[in-house]
Design a protein around this ligand. Structure first.
Ligand SMILES: Nc1ncnc2c1ncn2[C@@H]1O[C@H](COP(=O)(O)OP(=O)(O)O)[C@@H](O)[C@H]1O
Ligand SMILES: [Mg+2]
Length: 311
């Protein structure tokens, strides 16, 4: 049972329970995270958030999970690797043309640390923005030396240690092109968001075989560590069918927390905010906090691997 569900049950049994009281209590938990700090990981974790389908919740999950960790005392960084720059927008980070961004870091023109900007979501959250320049990178990279390793080189230039981040999330574009391959080479973990909808599993096989290819040729450490079910609509039978199918197939890799479909989640980026800031009492905010806590708790129990950074 998730903490949200426990809280839910306790509240319902309490005399004087009202939905508003419950929402206020949830908001208080999101807004006063000091009492609910999340554990730091045993080692720095780099997670690539990938799924070549668009609109499954990659960006939404990236920004809200990273923000939830940061608000609960765990330093996180989001690397926006989608030329659309949606993660940068949601994190309140400038990404106009000319802003130092992940593009220049991929080209080796600047250090990654020099493109990292503090998000308005939390002082403990950094974002490396994407500008529209990145749209050309998919083609420009083709002719470059070590074209699949550019992001890894940028990440492991000492920037991560210098910035002191515990979690790095790379938000991928909706394709399996060179940018996504760079993200898969740079990370040791993949987080796959799966939308609880029809055709949700379509294309997943292709993603998994690409991950296998990258593992066998470019990055032996790579594995799918985390699957998150998103946009769950409890009113439909289909949502439960997808949930059961995914859990049956992927077992404990799937987080217990499921992100509900919620208007608040989709409204937040329009205000350059995460849902945690936009409506901390909402079910969407609370479920992202629960998902982040699950990720943090796993990270605190992980065996220490060989650090790619050598630190
Ligand atoms: N839990 C949710 N409830 C409602 N809308 C959502 C939810 N998660 C994402 N969305 C919306 O769905 C759209 C696609 O989400 P996004 O995170 O941008 O997907 P991706 O990055 O995979 O393309 C966006 O408009 C987003 O606001
Ligand atoms: Mg996206």
């Amino acid at each position: 049972m998730s903490q949200r569900e426990m809280l839910h049950n306790v509240s319902r049994e309490t005399p004087g329970w009202t939905p508003i009281a419950e929402e206020a209590e949830r908001a208080a938990r999101v807004l006063h995270p000091d009492r609910h700090r999340m554990p730091r990981p045993t080692h720095r974790r780099v997670l690539t958030v990938a799924n070549q389908k668009g609109g499954v919740g990659k960006t939404t999950s990236t920004v809200n999970i990273a923000a939830a960790l940061a608000m609960h005392g765990v330093r996180a960084m989001v690397i926006d690797l989608d030329p659309q720059g949606n993660a940068s927008t949601a994190l309140g980070v400038e990404h106009r043309l000319g802003t130092p961004s992940v593009y220049e870091a991929l080209l080796g023109e600047i250090r990654l640390a020099d493109a990292a900007v503090r998000s308005t979501a939390s002082p403990d959250l950094l974002c490396v923005p994407a500008t529209i320049d990145l749209a050309g990178a998919e083609i420009e990279l083709v002719s470059m030396v070590a074209r699949e390793n550019r992001l890894k080189q940028a990440l492991y230039d000492g920037s991560l240690a210098e910035l002191g981040v515990d979690y790095v999330f790379v938000d991928c574009p909706p394709s399996l092109g060179l940018l996504t391959v760079n993200a898969l080479v740079a990370a040791s973990e993949v987080l796959i968001p799966i939308q609880c909808e029809y055709y949700a599993l379509e294309g997943l096989g292709q993603l998994l075989s690409n991950i296998d290819l990258v593992r066998s040729h470019l990055n032996t450490a790579l594995h799918v560590s985390t699957i998150l079910l998103t946009m769950y609509d409890g009113r439909t039978k289909l949502a439960d069918q997808v949930t059961n199918e995914v859990r049956g197939h992927f077992g404990p890799t799937v987080l217990r927390t499921v992100i509900p479909r919620s208007v608040k989640v989709s409204e937040a980026p329009g205000y350059s905010q995460t849902v945690l800031a936009y409506d901390p009492g909402s079910r969407g905010a609370m479920s992202y906090v629960d998902a982040a806590r699950e990720i943090a708790e796993r990270g605190a129990r992980m065996d220490v691997p060989i650090d790619q950074d050598g630190r």
